[in-house]
Design a protein around this ligand. Structure first.
Ligand code: ZN
Length: 98
């Protein structure tokens, strides 16, 4: 996963993700990146208000455009998997176009 995409992901998450327990918007110092690889990014959010912790992994599927080579955008983030805690929302919503 390239850094540009990773930054896009983080911006999207911060703009749209809320604590699943108390509904507070997350802020910079609550969201942390646990690890990332070519295809996945594992995030952790520790809510300062209600102390709820949630981990989520985002999987990136690359789309190859003809003549342009591999190109990854936030739109290519098609799968969100491995909700490790009690997160019940659908993170995919935050990547939908508005
Ligand atoms: Zn909370």
């Amino acid at each position: 996963m390239n850094i540009k995409l990773l930054k896009t992901l983080i911006v999207n998450i911060k703009n749209s993700f809320k604590c699943p327990k108390c509904n507070k918007k997350i802020s910079d110092n609550e969201l942390s990146l646990q690890k990332f690889t070519n295809k996945t990014a594992l995030f952790k959010n520790s809510c300062k208000k209600c102390k709820h912790k949630v981990k989520f992994e985002i999987q990136v599927l690359e789309r190859k455009a003809k003549g342009l080579g591999p190109k990854v955008t936030a739109d290519d983030v098609l799968d969100v998997k491995n909700f490790l805690d009690s997160f019940k929302g659908d993170l995919r919503d935050i990547f939908k176009k508005k």
